[in-house]
Every structure is written in structure tokens, then in C-alpha cells.
Design a protein around this ligand. Structure first.
Ligand SMILES: Nc1ncnc2c1ncn2[C@@H]1O[C@H](COP(=O)(O)OP(=O)(O)OP(=O)(O)O)[C@@H](O)[C@H]1O
Length: 340
């Protein structure tokens, strides 16, 4: 049971995974997912997402720690767990000479309580492709066939490893819609993705993995709230940073000025924005290009990954859309200061 009194369908405690040769890809992670929740695992390439999910799916044993899926050990009690879960691997391997219809019928033959194959294919938008050989499907269509196979057994728990990679925008939206419907029907979903927008749209909670450890976890709003908000504007000609109200008093934690563009970071967005606007009003100046924004999940992700690697925070990430760190690394004419 979790703290809300709901049954934990996925329970992971101090999980470690070590590959032959001794490389520790997962270094002690703990999280749980309640029934009907959609939990996203995010992380940079090689962070350990697939290594984690494979253990949860019962495909590999943990080196240490405890994993329970629906109350069972997915590795040693595979027979109890497998019929109740659906797995969409990152790379599904289908016999390429079979047609879509033959593939799903073959799968249905091995699945207890399978949905009608026509229904599963229609759910993923492949209803009209039954006669097509798998080798003739596009990459996105293959991903959708993978999803149809994962859904076939009406799973209580669905593992989706990068389900929308290779899908066009329309296919991605359709998959999101389907995943939302499944979640609303009570399916518990564990999703790994590189699309932060996908996690922001679908996940009730998420964890950001970095080098085998959880660097941040919570609801998307909680994770983004850990990152400072940003304000950017053009300082009018004839004005200098020193003409602004004392930035520390506005709750600004650091700032930089590149040309006439001022960028600030703050954990007190309303106070900082109000202070600046009151100053501008009193001084009768216009703050051109004023841009006030909370961190997005993407910014939070990039910043958390940077911090976890020991790199300094980037000031200019959201104001002009540059990749965080680029200006900090190369901005020779940038004046930058931490606000004491
Ligand atoms: N079979 C293996 N043997 C040795 N090391 C491996 C093996 N599989 C993965 N690794 C290593 O484990 C680490 C985690 O890999 P994993 O595939 O879990 O990351 P990921 O977060 O899923 O990455 P991606 O986003 O690129 O899919 C990486 O450093 C990877 O090189």
C-alpha cells in the first residue's frame, strides 16, 4: 500500500543492475506506481531506463534490491506476472515475412484472454493493414504493431519503452490518446520516453534517471518547481543594470546582460516581475521583449542532468530558446553575476 491507501502495482526498492564485466547501470533506485497511475521514467541516453524496465518486466534479475509487480517477483514468479502485463520493447523483433494479421494471430494464440485481433489492430490504427507484410511497414507502423501486441492480453500493467519513437506528429497524438484511455480504464502504465512533452502530457508522476540514479522525482509540476523561473527583457538605451532596483531584494538569484538583453533567474517569480514592472512604470520606460516564464519540464530536465554532471546552471535556456549552457560556455561579451 502507498501513503494514499492505494495498492502499489509496481514496487521498486534499492534496485541495482550490473552487467557482465561489472558495469553498474542501475545504482540503487526506489519508486512505486499505484494502480491506474501513469509513471514516466526519463533520462539521458544510457541513464539506465531500459536496464530498469527489463528487470521490472522479468527479463533480467536484479543484482540487488527488491522488485514487486502486482505483488510478485517478476523474475522468479514470471508465470504469475507475465499474463497480467503488456510489454512494448524498444525494439520488437517480428518475423518480417509474416503479415500484420498473421503476426497478431500468432501472438493471440500464446495470450490468454486475448482481445479480438481486429480490435487490437484498430486500437492502434492498423485495422486496414492486416494483409501487409511486416517488412513493408514503416518504422512508425512497426511501433504501432508492437503496441497492439502489448495490448492484446488486456494487461493490468503496461510497460511502454519509448512507444512513440519514429511516429509522426499525428501518430504520436493518436498513441497518447490511446494511452490516456487505457490509463482512464485503470491500466497502470510505466513509460520511458525521450519526449519530455510526452511525459508532461501523460504522466501523473515521473522520475529523472541520471547515471543509474534518480536525480529528481515527483509530479511534472513538482519537478519543474525545483527549477528557477526566468525573466528576460531589453534594457533601454541609457540605462544600466545598476539603475534597476536591487536585484537581490527582488528575489533574483543570478543575472547576466548580453548587449542590451538582461536575463534573470528567480525562485520568486511574482515578486521579481512585480518589482521590475513597478520600476519600469515609475521610470516610464518600456521593457521591450519582456519574457516571464516558469521552467518547463524540458528546462528542468536539462538543468537536472547538468547539475547531476556537476556542470553550472545555464541562465539563458528559456529566454531565447538556446540550448542551456551554450551561452554560458561561449558568451564572451556576457556580464554575469550571482546575486548575493
Ligand atoms: N548488455 C549490456 N552490457 C553492458 N552494458 C550495457 C548493456 N546494456 C546496456 N548497457 C549499459 O548500461 C547503461 C544503461 O543503458 P540503458 O540502455 O539502460 O540506458 P537507457 O536510459 O535506456 O538509454 P537510451 O535512452 O539510450 O535507451 C549504458 O551505459 C549502457 O551502455
Amino acid at each position: 500500500m502507498n501513503t494514499n491507501g492505494h495498492e502499489n502495482v509496481i514496487d521498486v526498492t534499492d534496485l541495482r543492475r550490473v552487467y557482465g564485466g561489472g558495469f553498474e547501470a542501475v545504482r540503487g533506485i526506489t519508486f512505486s506506481v499505484g494502480r491506474g497511475e501513469l509513471f514516466a521514467l526519463l533520462g539521458t541516453n544510457g541513464a539506465g531506463k531500459t536496464s530498469t524496465v527489463e528487470v521490472l518486466e522479468g527479463l533480467a534479475a536484479p543484482a540487488a534490491g527488491r522488485v514487486r509487480i502486482l505483488g510478485h517477483d517478476p523474475y522468479t514468479e514470471r508465470a504469475a506476472v507475465r499474463p497480467r502485463i503488456g510489454v512494448m520493447l524498444q525494439e520488437g523483433g517480428f518475423p518480417s515475412e509474416l503479415t500484420v494479421g498473421e503476426t497478431i494471430r500468432m501472438w493471440a494464440g500464446c495470450t490468454s484472454g486475448a482481445r479480438p485481433t481486429k480490435e487490437a489492430l484498430e486500437l492502434v490504427g492498423l485495422g486496414k493493414r492486416t494483409g501487409v507484410r511486416v517488412k513493408q511497414l514503416s518504422g512508425g507502423e512497426k511501433r504501432r504493431l508492437d503496441l497492439a501486441l502489448a495490448l492484446l492480453g488486456r494487461p493490468e500493467v503496461l510497460f511502454l519503452d519509448e512507444p512513440t519513437t519514429g511516429l509522426d506528429a499525428e501518430g504520436r497524438q493518436a498513441t497518447w490518446e490511446l494511452v490516456r484511455e487505457l490509463r482512464d480504464e485503470g491500466t497502470t502504465v510505466l513509460l520511458t520516453t525521450h519526449y519530455l512533452e510526452e511525459a508532461e502530457n501523460l504522466a501523473g508522476r515521473l522520475a529523472i534517471l541520471h547515471e543509474g540514479r534518480i536525480a529528481a522525482t515527483g509530479t511534472p509540476a513538482e519537478v519543474t518547481a525545483t527549477q528557477p523561473s526566468r525573466i528576460g527583457f531589453e534594457l533601454p538605451e541609457g540605462y544600466f543594470l545598476g539603475d534597476l532596483p536591487p536585484l537581490a531584494e527582488l528575489g533574483v538569484i543570478d543575472h547576466e546582460m548580453v548587449g542590451r538583453t538582461v536575463r534573470l533567474r528567480t525562485n520568486e517569480l511574482q515578486r521579481a516581475a512585480t518589482g521590475l514592472l513597478v520600476w519600469a512604470e515609475r521610470t516610464r520606460v518600456e521593457l521591450r521583449g519582456l519574457d516571464v516564464r516558469s521552467a518547463s519540464l524540458e528546462e528542468a530536465f536539462l538543468q537536472i542532468a547538468r547539475e547531476a554532471s556537476g556542470a553550472p546552471a545555464a541562465l539563458d535556456a528559456s529566454v531565447d530558446g538556446a540550448e542551456p549552457g551554450l551561452a554560458a560556455a561561449s558568451g564572451t561579451n556576457a556580464k554575469r553575476g550571482a546575486v548575493k
